[in-house]
Ligand binder design. Sequence first.
Ligand code: HEM
Ligand code: SF4
Ligand code: SF4
Length: 515
Amino acid sequence: MTAVKRFLRVLFERAELLFDIAFGQRLNPLAWLGAFGWYFFWIVAGTGIYLYIFFDTGLTDAYASVEYMTHDQWYLAGVMRSLHRYASDALVVIVVLHLLREFSLDRLRGKRFFAWLTGVPALFFIYLCGISGYWLVWDKLAQYVAITTTEWLDALPFFGEPLANNFLDSTTLGSRFFTLMVFIHIFASLFMLLLMWIHIQRHARAKVNLPKALAIGTAMTLIALSLIHPAISQEPANLDVVPAELGFDWFYLAAYPLLDIMPGGQLWLIIAGGMLLLAMLPWIPPAKSAPAAVVSLDNCNGCARCFDDCPFSAITMAARSDGKAYDTEAIVNVDNCMSCGLCVGSCPTATPFRRADAIVPGIELPEHPIAALREATLQASREFVKGRRVLVYACEHAGAEALADDNGRVLTMPCVAMLPPAFIDFALSRNLADGIAILGCAERDCYYRLGGNWMQQRLDSERDPYLRRRVNRARLRFWRFRIPSAGKRRKALAEFSAALHDLPKNQPTGRSRDA
Ligand code: HEM
Ligand code: SF4
Ligand code: SF4
């Protein structure tokens, strides 16, 4: 499984680099696949509501009403129909890419199973919406979909009377069955919206809105496509004639031709097995979860910064339970906590400017205590042997192994945003290093979603806790490499060391107030 993930990762990395050139890192569409899913869903829903105004849900008039929209009102309802079709197709592509990308980034195992597991039924509902949608046009393709689907459903042992009997000829088909399809189409869409909402419940600040430039660019492309190549119906359905030639939709109906070469029951088994395997992927192989963050009430002042910064909605602020003068205290939901440490980096009490035995911040990771990070910083400083002394604080997922040479000391942690900015001030003001480098994941790909952004904002004094102004920024680098190249990392470290040579020797800046 790891090999498959690695292979996919390489493919995505290559594609992402190309897209970086075309769109830039921030607008790289591959970093916005989930938000694209929401975007296309809203287009499909909005255009669907408009189409429903003109759509006649009766069996005999459905085709004519769709023809009216497509030809007589081509400039509005026709465009809406095309947008409805193309956004639905795009949704399938985007969701499959999104699924593969999240899989390649291994964002599904351990406690991260939730989004994956709720995504699997969303996939099923996308298909249910799409297939039932094709049915409603009641043209030749709809006839093929209706007959093939019902015959396929009849392979299941649930229906007493074969469903396909409804489509034997034009006299057997009743409007009731058709109206049922309309309901399935609408309710499946509503249910999908509910699933999409559940899907992101464990994500604080989930990226559900596209950046404006991507949203406008995509809308214009879809509108242009709709005008140049409008979605049209095929000939009207006629149950007395078997359609000879068919325009096909591979986005939604790709499985249907398989029914020509295997029995329906066998295809059901393959699809059910595939879905089951997909649903089980978070546990193949099972991941060991690190212990969750722990709050020390004695040191928590209820400032809620950890609550604001947690990417996985794992912290709630509750009424104070220990009688202290503060209003609230932080509480960690152990089931949601991914042990990323972003909360530790945000806590004002996580400062190294205290005696090591006195450092117990308001919140911390049992496996990465802040006192140990302080000790590791002091130890690394003692181990520098030559050249300019660069201390690297690195994310475990950022390829830091490449930098372990005698020029730089590397201290890894689950995410760079676990590092309270006070550590940078501490290391430079105490002359423990000549320069500090922070090595995080690529801007579009932070393993813990928001860590890189929070770190950047703290360094830029846009987010608490700020890096103090007295810190000489020339002695600081924040690297977020786009590719896992060891060479690039080493080169950056060598260049930084060389740049430090041009600066006057680092001097202790004196003890800060809280020292
Ligand atoms: C309509 C379909 C879907 C939509 C609209 C959608 C949307 C999203 C969004 C907005 C996020 C949050 C991204 C972020 O802020 O970091 C997300 C995350 C995720 N989605 Fe989906 N998704 C869909 C289907 C799926 C499917 C089919 C799967 C897989 C079976 C899936 C797996 C995941 C995973 C694993 C994550 C990341 C979880 C993590 O970071 O811990 N999604 N999705
Ligand atoms: S950031 Fe620290 S002090 Fe503030 S609420 Fe969270 S644990 Fe308490
Ligand atoms: S370790 Fe990460 S997931 Fe857990 S509470 Fe802290 S910020 Fe949230």
